[in-house]
Design a binder for this molecule. Structure first.
Ligand SMILES: Nc1ncnc2c1ncn2[C@@H]1O[C@H](COP(=O)(O)OP(=O)(O)OP(=O)(O)O)[C@@H](O)[C@H]1O
Length: 351
């Protein structure tokens, strides 16, 4: 998760709908379009898995799609490469209209530009780790020596060195997922799409894999779209999170925006148990410096979390200065910080 990113758009999605059921294409824009899911199903027999959704995925960000089971996450992300055909709306990648792509161009999109990492790894059981990783390159038509060299490089990148010649059945779940990740990485795609890749893994290995994704992202800055139903995973990985309910995006924002300024009661409920001090940063909490406060006290960055600031303030026994390039933006004292922890203070975080 890098702090500064260019704002170039990779995927641009506008008013996208995916409706399953009879005469699905008649639903968007009709009088039925706004009906709650149950009523829509009763009246039309249709399910609107994705409803009038608009967003951009920016270059270099980790864009998380989060929501409960059935909220439309998988359908939405599969629509991005037309693994599921959208019912209506606009969709482009790097400015190119995805809905206008012919079969060859679509194949190229899925093989080279937006590779998917699935929950059920999709590994070939009779092939070695190295050959599984090289598989995508084989489809691309790369020669054997070249693809083995590239595969070996990626195997090392995901920490599987020494296991090149094992078969998938000789690996743990976490290791198998690393192979799946390596296979997607091997084709050097512009975007990696993750469909709940870690949900079958036990918590410790899952944490390991999350760290792996964060590390890879730090090293490479590759754009990632990551589906999860797990809030802590979303908060840990996401630069921005789109929170879905019944096919709609109910809030799109940074983890901090979502935790500090939930858009409605649904989101508020969702984030209620999040330790706010670990997500909210001091730039949204600080007050103006008074007296000589701008010259004294420990220095912290505007991006420091409230939890980090509490530590600094406690250690120094005085308010901390929020410093940016040698300039004091404001100060935080223990009253302010503890107010955030207790939830008695409402930060103003524009969502
Ligand atoms: N092929 C299909 N035909 C009919 N309805 C479908 C189809 N695929 C998905 N749906 C419905 O669309 C809605 C969204 O499903 P989707 O799988 O996208 O949700 P999800 O958020 O990814 O759920 P999960 O976390 O359980 O995978 C659900 O109500 C689902 O039943």
């Amino acid at each position: 998760m890098s702090a500064e990113k260019p704002q170039e758009t990779v995927f641009s999605v506008r008013n996208l709908w995916k409706v399953f059921g009879p005469k699905a294409d008649r639903i968007p824009g009709s009088a039925h379009a706004g009906l709650p899911a149950g009523e829509l199903r009763e009246k039309t027999g249709c399910t609107a898995a994705v409803r009038d959704v608009s967003f951009d995925v920016r270059k270099g960000e980790v864009f998380v799609v989060m929501g409960l089971s059935g909220s439309g996450k998988s359908t939405l992300v599969r629509c991005l490469t037309r693994l599921i055909e959208p019912t209506s709306g606009k969709l482009s990648i790097d400015g190119e209209d995805v809905l206008a792509m012919d079969r060859a161009r679509l194949r190229e999109l899925r093989r080279h530009r937006a590779a998917m990492v699935f929950q059920h790894f999709g590994l070939l059981p009779h092939r070695t780790v190295l050959d599984n990783v090289a598989y995508g390159l084989e489809i691309q038509g790369l020669g054997k020596a070249q693809r083995r060299a590239k595969a070996a490089e990626v195997v090392e990148k995901v920490g599987l060195t020494g296991m090149e010649n094992r078969r998938p059945s000789q690996l743990s779940g976490g290791q198998q997922q690393r192979v799946g990740l390596a296979r997607a990485l091997a084709v050097d795609p512009e975007v990696l799409l993750f469909d709940e890749p870690f949900s079958a893994l036990d918590p410790l290995i899952r944490r390991d894999m999350q760290e792996e994704v964060i590390r890879l992202h730090r090293e490479e800055g590759r754009t990632m779209v990551f589906i999860t139903h797990d809030l802590s995973e979303a908060l840990r990985l996401g630069d921005r999170i789109a929170l879905m309910r019944d096919g709609e995006i109910v809030q799109l924002g940074t983890p901090e925006e979502i935790v500090a300024s939930p858009a409605d009661d649904y989101v508020r409920d969702f984030v209620r148990d999040v330790p706010r001090e670990q997500v909210i940063t001091v730039r949204h909490v600080m007050r103006a410096a008074e007296g000589d406060e701008a010259e004294t006290g420990p220095a912290i960055t505007p991006g420091a979390t409230v939890a980090e600031a509490i530590e600094a303030v406690a250690r120094a026994g005085s308010p901390a200065r929020v410093m940016d390039n040698g300039r004091c933006l404001g100060v935080v004292d223990s009253d302010l910080l503890l107010g955030v922890v207790a939830g008695t203070r409402q930060e103003e975080v524009a969502a």
